[in-house]
Design a protein around this ligand. Structure first.
Ligand SMILES: [Zn+2]
Length: 324
């Protein structure tokens, strides 16, 4: 296909993204079960971060190479001729990448719209309250469904229905609210949105289910651990709240960007078991300045070496092969 200068650049960026994302994504997807097993040996909060980073790695790495290598080398070294041919392989890869981003973008936008609609509905139908022990605003819904969840990506609030409010004791309610606050502090609903926006391996084939399931499990465990903070009394109260809500037939997440207190119903017994025999509590540092500085230095080093003329010329030679 003959294509003008900027359209060729777009095709090239999409094609390079697809090839890299597919190659790295395949390795990540195949190593998913082993990565989840390795994560079990970490503390839950670290395990969640590790699996999230692994899930986002193919897309982040491919975007980094496209922005840092493809675009500068093309703009610098590709002569601005009129229309030039784009090979069928490059075109097919570009179409597949466009399909991947369309699917994941639509998934993220749909989930964000549904979540915003659900949050507005809760605010319209519920009444705002500040329950003792809760730092977050709590919306109480006079609905028959047993509901307790953290709603919203940026301005999160807890939504609780009246049956749950009457069924839980003060201690159980405080422990459950601490669990939802732990989700809010670690921005778990935002991480859910990132997972929805991250493309699957191929259009129609996701490929990262094991990693995402593992992330969801360790995120619940981490919120449980942060909520009880090694306190045996809180641990028992949280386990009792989980059992009580499960017996009430607690509902699953009402929207993809909400965290339901019960989470995945298949995981409840494992969570209760952990709470009844808790490991010693050790808070995970939210930011490690040394690690962050090393990460920034590594990224700056990569960017500097990518923009080196010799690197850009080599990249351009590969691009020439790919585009034709
Ligand atoms: Zn939770």
């Amino acid at each position: 296909m003959m294509a003008p200068y900027l359209l060729r650049l777009l095709c090239l960026c999409l094609a390079v993204f697809f090839v890299l994302h597919c190659a790295v994504g395949l390795i990540v997807a195949l190593s998913g079960p082993a990565a989840v097993r390795a994560a079990r040996r970490m503390r839950p909060r670290l395990a969640g971060r590790f699996l999230l980073a692994l899930r986002l790695l193919p897309a982040v790495l491919a975007l980094f190479v496209v922005a840092g290598l493809c675009v500068p080398s093309y703009l610098w070294l590709e002569p601005e001729t009129n229309a030039e041919e784009v090979g069928p392989g490059c075109l097919a890869a570009a179409i597949l990448a466009a399909a991947l981003w369309t699917i994941s973008g639509a998934r993220g936008v749909r989930a964000a719209a549904r979540s915003a609609r659900h949050a507005r509905g809760c605010e319209r139908l519920g009444r705002l309250s500040h329950l003792p022990g809760s730092r977050l605003p709590v919306w109480i819904l006079d609905a028959p469904a047993p509901l307790l969840s953290l709603v919203g990506v940026f301005r999160s609030r807890v939504v609780i229905s009246s049956p749950v409010l009457s069924a839980l004791s003060a201690g159980q309610l405080a422990a459950a609210l601490r669990h939802e606050e732990a989700h809010e502090v670690s921005r778990d609903n935002l991480k859910r949105l990132l997972l929805l926006l991250a493309p699957g391996l191929l259009p129609g084939f996701h490929g990262f289910a094991a990693i995402e399931r593992g992330w969801a499990r360790f995120t619940e465990w981490a919120a449980d651990d942060d909520a009880v903070a090694g306190d045996t009394r809180l641990s028992l109260s949280l386990a009792a709240a989980l059992v009580r809500l499960a017996r009430m037939g607690g509902t699953a997440s009402p929207s993809p960007l909400s965290t339901s207190f019960l989470g995945d119903s298949r995981e409840i017994s494992a969570r209760v078991d952990r709470l009844l025999s808790p490991a010693p509590f050790a808070p995970v540092q939210s930011r490690n300045p040394g690690l962050m500085a090393a990460g920034l230095a590594l990224a700056a080093g990569c960017a500097a070496s990518m923009l080196h003329p010799a690197t850009l010329e080599s990249a351009h030679r590969i691009i020439e092969q790919l585009i034709h």
